[in-house]
Design a protein around this ligand. Sequence first.
Ligand code: HAM
Length: 414
Amino acid sequence: MYKKVRGMRDIYGEEVEYFKYISEIAENIFSLYGYNKIIVPIIEKTELFQRGVGEDTDVVEKEMYSFQDKSGRNITLRPEGTAGVVRSYIENGQHKADPVQKYYYIGPMFRYEKPQKGRYRQFFQIGVEVFGIKSPLIDVEIIYMLIQFLKELGLDNLKVNLNNMGCGKCRKKYIKKLKKYMFKHKSALCDTCQRRLESNPLRILDCKKCGKKQFIKNTPRIIDNLCDSCLEFNEKLMNYIEEFKIPYSIDHSLVRGLDYYTNTVFEIIAEDLDSSQNQIVGGGRYNDLVSTLGGVERPGLGFAFGFDRLVDLVMEKELEIKDKKPSVFIAWYLNDKNELLKFANKLRSDGIKIDFKYKQVNFSNQLRYADKNNFDYVIFYGEKEMKSEDIHIKNMKSGEEKNIKFKNLKKFIK
Ligand code: HAM
């Protein structure tokens, strides 16, 4: 017997129903806000992520599934969606033609992380990327849209954490200051952060081990080191946040694990999930990424949520799938299977979800099957019913059984 590769998982049964349900809601809401779906490849050139996400990030340094194809090209299974969408935006000439583009995507991402519940090596993201808009109004609108989506799913107990990482210019100055400060406390840093001091000092701020220490809490804050235009941007952003009534907390240690962010960064934490995998959404602005990857200067921003974590959360909270189509099982006893097929197809063409057993077995066996497989209704269909206008139906949840007119069936099972 073959087993799946470590960190991968099979998704089936009820969980798949939740995946379908959640993506339907996401797609509906995103399209209400003017987003169009984009499908980009799962594999890209390794260089795209090295340059886009950043060589010194954990994702690029340790977690990528990179290999050479048969022609010796260095390719990588995408660890995240933003870099590929930016590549497509540039490659297809959108950055010059119509700079404002609003996309969403759904698909698998791959990171070689230590597998555990809520953390997989192949996981799914639903993401959004917007290009060409400088105003902080869009930063707030995408957070608002996200909250609307999560509310629609019935989720609460969520925390929006916000920070501003400044632009390339003010961040450079800030990093200098940060390094100077951290060098003074070098011996108190964990081994990873001692290394990060040179390669990626910002990440020291969100280190789980060092973050609790007092000297980290007293670190100079990015927000106090913003240049004038970043300050102005931040002020406008905070006004919009108040106007949209977005519940938020400022988290000065929020720096995100990918290098492309400028100004707004945010994440949403589900307080009902275990703390090691409770970040369900991460996002922010990336004003320099389009030009870094070879396009003209165009601002961008977006977010992605961890689909697997969201499904876990919705299922753990036993939130029901709204407007679920009822499923109907035909318990049949007929001499001619063709009649069964004709009957089933007539109902299906009426939009009713129908299934039955392909082999003829007794009614009680068929009922047991329908019960075990969570059908909502069972219709009994035999030689007598075939000739009648009436139909005998059982509601599997309430146990109620009755005869109804065939023509009223659709209304009855709504
Ligand atoms: P990220 O924070 O690296 O951001 O990932 C987004 C979300 O993907 C996380 O909040 C988490 O829910 C989920 N996730 C990450 N790794 C795993 C894993 N191994 N297993 C399960 N879920 C996981 C990005 O990827 C950015 N591209 C988001 C973005 C879009 N920023 C701007 N635009």
